[in-house]
Every structure is written in structure tokens, then in C-alpha cells.
Design a protein around this ligand. Sequence first.
Ligand code: ADP
Ligand code: MG
Length: 241
Amino acid sequence: MSIIIEIQDLHKSFGDIEVLKGIDFTVNKGEVVSIIGSSGSGKSTLLRCINTLETFESGDVKIEGTSIKEMNPIDLHTRVGIVFQSFNLFGHLTVLENCVVAQRKVLKKSREEAEQIALELLEKVGMDSFKDAVPEQLSGGQKQRVAIARALAMNPEVLLFDEPTSALDPEMVGEVLEVMKNLATEGLTMLVVTHEMDFARSVSNKVVFMDGGVIVEEGEPEQIFLHPQHNRTKEFLSRVR
Ligand code: ADP
Ligand code: MG
């Protein structure tokens, strides 16, 4: 199996406070890896380090063997997409244009080709009939589905998700998880920070439990959810279930 993301002894501090205390793990091609853990354990910071939205003091992050320190940012952001809790759509652009703009500017695609790809992806997430809408006309679940289509438009090798359903009203969580489940089935490599334990358990190949800036435990979903080895994992799972 080929490795897409490799994290080696990653340390990250904010001021005097070390929030990542030596993180090591890998994401293989085609895998879905879920990261679970309490608020403040460093999950978002970890994703942000992978995508160079944060710097780190020591250790390394490699994408297909190349350190992100040696990659140009545009290349990195093309290969590693990210979907945030808060959608971050361009509010002044239509749904279609949200999915076209980076294809034009970064990938230098023709308008025709970029629009065709955008429409295919909007169809995949069930949002093609909203192509001319602007974000403020959409529900949270619809916005997040557009954000996923926009991220896919760069044809990334891996997509990072930072609690993609946490800002949604409960009735909209399912439609976003359904889209993510379909992407997993199609073989997209995904690294997902989530509080949705059913998703982590049923869709992931691997679950990583973080607490206090370290990985306490990682393994197959059955292992983590049915036979957790560490007390911290057991306590966390008993709180969220
Ligand atoms: P999680 O996503 O698991 O909830 P975060 O990665 O957001 O955790 O945060 C980990 C720790 O780092 C928390 O204690 C948080 O307060 C701190 N932190 C996160 N971002 C910053 C920042 N920009 N400046 C200072 N401290 C931060
Ligand atoms: Mg977070």
C-alpha cells in the first residue's frame, strides 16, 4: 500500500504551551482515517499543520514521500484539500463559481472544462440544481456539500475534514455524512476529525484517539470501539456514547 501522508514526531507549540507532543502516523492511499478526541486535544492544530495553515517546531509531514517544507504551497494545497467546520465558501460567488474559480486560477483550466468538472461534482453531492444560487440562500448542510465539491474540484490526493458536521443542525448531519461515505466507497483518501462515532466506526479503516497532544491509541475501528486498551480511550468513549 502506498503512503499518502506520513507524520513523524511532530511537535507544535503556541507560546509556552506544547499542543502537539510528538505525533506519528500514516495515511495510506484509499484509506479513511478518523481522528477522535476531546476538545482541545490538538486535532485541528494537527490538520492545520498538515496543510501548512500552521507552522511547527520539529518533526515532519510528508506527502507521498516529500516533506511539505520542500513543497511549494500551491502544489501542496492542490494535492491536500481541506473542508472546515465553517464551510468558508466565497459569499459573493455562485455555487458553480465557488467550484470553478480555483480550477481556473490555480490549475489554469479553460472555463468550459472547469464548469463541466464543477457540474459533475455538484451532481455527485446533490447540489447541481443550486448552481446559480449564492451561499446565503443555502442551508448549512447544502453549504457543506458545496464546500466538499469545491475541494474535490482540485482533484486532491487526500482530503482533510475538520469536524465537517459540527456546525450543522442535527437534521442536516446525515446528508453530509452520506456524501462523505460515498466518497470513501469511491476510494478517496480522507483524514477526518469527527465527533460522529457511528461514522468513525462504520466508514474508517483506522481510528486515531488523541488526548492532550498525543496519540493515545490507534487501530481498526472494532479494536478502538470494542476493545480499547487505554483508560483514557475508555473514558472518552463512555462520555461520547
Ligand atoms: P481540538 O481541535 O482537538 O479541539 P485544537 O487543535 O483546536 O484542539 O487546540 C489544541 C490546543 O491549542 C488548545 O488548548 C487550544 O486552546 C490551543 N490553540 C489552538 N489554536 C491556538 C492559537 N492560534 N493560539 C494559541 N493557542 C491555540
Ligand atoms: Mg478542533
